[in-house]
Design a protein around this ligand. Sequence first.
Ligand SMILES: [Zn+2]
Length: 285
Amino acid sequence: MPWLSQAQYNHCGILIPSQKSINKVKDKPSSINSFISIDEAANYIKRIVKQVPDWQQNFVLQERNGINNAYAHIQNGKRFITYDNLFVEALDYQTGTKWASVSVLAHEVGHHYFDHVLDREGSTHSKELEADYFSGYVLAKMGASIAQAKAAMAKLANPYGSHSHPPRNQRLTAIEKGYNTVKPRKKSNPYSGNFYTQQNDVRYVNVQPRSNKLVQATWFFNNGQKVSENLHYSRTTSRGARVYYNNYMQNTRRVELYFFRDGRIREKDIDLKKRRYAWYNFSRH
Ligand SMILES: [Zn+2]
């Protein structure tokens, strides 16, 4: 795999754009909103820093053309983030999203936030993962989607890692962790999913609450048949169970699902003609 050995990564483990990419960015400065001036990069840096509570920018941003890189460092006791405009634009060009460069800048800001540049040991796995976590956190606060927060690393991080930086999958996990501290994934609804029922001829029931007023339930029978019903909210019982129902077989039968506050679900099958009914308890599939 000769192309792997040719791929070059910067000290943060990000693929250095090829001369071809750089030339494309040079030729097409307006393809994606570009970092036209240091003001724009400085603006992003300001916005990144603003997301972090109780912290002030403790570094100077400087543009340096031709280095094809962006990195946090310390020089004569002064902290810097130094970046090449074309490098930053190439990140966006290669990933198709402005969030790529924002996340890489946020990653570099993270190195200053965590004081990673104070020692002389350079990049380590734990430092890189902390800076990735930081970028996930910041991008969530800035309104990026999780895919946008991961875009740069997903496309440009070294999949295998090295002694100085971790492999891509670990970095994506770190970004997601940081992201989720701001925007936790929705907790799964206890009433949603597949359930066993006590009904003999039913293999399982899939329950999907669609809204406060509507639940969709699908009965999967042992013989391979399935029946889907939209159940509408009718009432809340004195014990706090929400009841959803639908009539079927020309209004001769009614199915009711009882959703109890503790997460239990029960089905009541009613024969409206004979005025008989049966109860079935659901349990998690
Ligand atoms: Zn780094």
